[in-house]
Ligand binder design. Structure first.
Ligand code: COI
Length: 357
């Protein structure tokens, strides 16, 4: 084992009693992984009881949002030991996010070791109900204190986890955000950087206050073209074909988005990545040409959209809710949960801990 296990881990695991209602991110799993980077090299990782961490108040993660993260899940439906879904792709995306922020990449072996350590220790607590999972949140952040506008020289990579349900249950209402901007090409919109999420929170909070789950972002220049929802990508079914916005540098390249494109084509659907103009789409919803909308993401899985909602309360309601979305959600979940063959080779067992001694 290339990492150390804190003596408090066994007691933390023994004391953990997850509640019946998990929500999304409300229940913290009792262990976490932590490894430090200094002098150009990663140190030795540690599996620790979940709890507060020490960080200097001047750390660039806190002062300048020098932080990138990932999200993926471990599944254990109908099987004694959990599996992951496309973890190497999360590692590659974390490396691309880190590269955009000029942070050191986390080597794949270290990334997988951290996931295996956390998910392996938590194997008995990985929910076994379809649709539930253990959400894994790897994150990399700069710990050097100082205001000079350059990168840290010391970093930390951690993995925390939460047993979860899907981000939202049932069909979601989505608030069209026509004022604030989430990300622009050349910025960090394509990276999974904390700095993308802070500017989205005002709109997300306002969306919640209007009875919506989340906001829909438009392009930064003209406020005309669909980007994504905060933390979810978006698909429309138009004239029976699937459309999703082209990755324009300001949209997160979702691994669920990519999986759905490949899975939908494999199942015989036509799928197009293209610029989607909001006005045209609203016209197609009104005429019925756009029959359905849905969101997707690791947290959301596949979430049907019941309505796009304007700030003045007007609603654009697609005539189908959860048609193609239901088909693709079940097909994707069946692969993720290993209830169906995985023709893409997407799933991977959590590594079993090496016997002690
Ligand atoms: C995920 O789906 O993993 C995400 O990161 C979405 C999160 C912002 C709720």
């Amino acid at each position: 084992m290339a990492y150390d296990v804190d003596p408090g881990v066994a007691a933390a695991l023994a004391a953990f009693r997850p509640p019946e209602r998990l929500g999304f991110g409300q229940v913290a799993a009792p262990v976490m992984y932590d490894v430090h980077y200094a002098d150009g090299a990663w140190g030795r990782g540690r599996l620790l009881p979940y709890g507060p961490i020490e960080i200097l108040p001047g750390a660039r993660a806190l002062q300048y949002a020098e932080l990138v993260f990932e999200g993926l899940k471990a599944y254990r439906v109908g099987q004694p030991w959990p599996n992951l879904f496309r973890p190497a792709d999360n590692c590659a995306r974390l490396a691309r996010s880190a590269e955009r922020l000029a942070m050191p990449p986390v080597p794949e072996a270290l990334f997988l070791e951290a996931l295996d350590a956390v998910a392996g220790a938590l194997a008995p607590f990985v929910p076994d109900r379809s649709g539930q999972a253990l959400y894994l949140r790897p994150f990399l952040f700069g710990t050097e204190s100082g205001y000079l506008l350059r990168n840290s020289t010391t970093f930390r990579f951690m993995v925390i986890a939460n047993p979860v349900e899907a981000y939202a249950s049932g069909a979601i209402r989505v608030a069209i955000e026509r004022h604030d901007v989430r990300a622009a090409p050349g910025g960090v919109g394509h990276a999974k950087a904390a700095a993308n999420y802070a500017p989205s929170l005002r709109a997300s909070s306002a969306a919640l206050a209007r009875g919506c789950t989340i906001a829909l972002w438009l392009d930064a220049h003209e406020h005309r073209y669909l980007q994504e929802l905060s933390g979810m990508n978006l698909f429309a079914v138009v004239d029976g074909e699937l459309l999703t916005p082209t990755l324009d540098g300001a949209i997160l390249p979702g691994i669920t988005r990519d999986s759905l494109i490949r899975l939908a084509r494999h199942r015989g659907h036509a799928v197009h990545e293209r610029a989607i103009e909001l006005g045209a789409l609203l016209g197609q919803i009104a005429s019925g040409a756009c029959s359905e909308l849905f969101a997707c993401g690791t947290a959301a899985i596949v979430a049907p959209i019941a309505a796009l909602v304007e700030a003045d309360g007007r609603e654009h309601v697609p005539r189908v809710v959860d048609g193609v979305a239901a088909e693709l959600r079940e097909a994707l979940l069946a692969i993720q949960e290993r209830r169906a063959p995985d023709p893409f080779g997407w799933t991977r067992d959590v590594a079993r801990p090496a016997p002690a001694g």
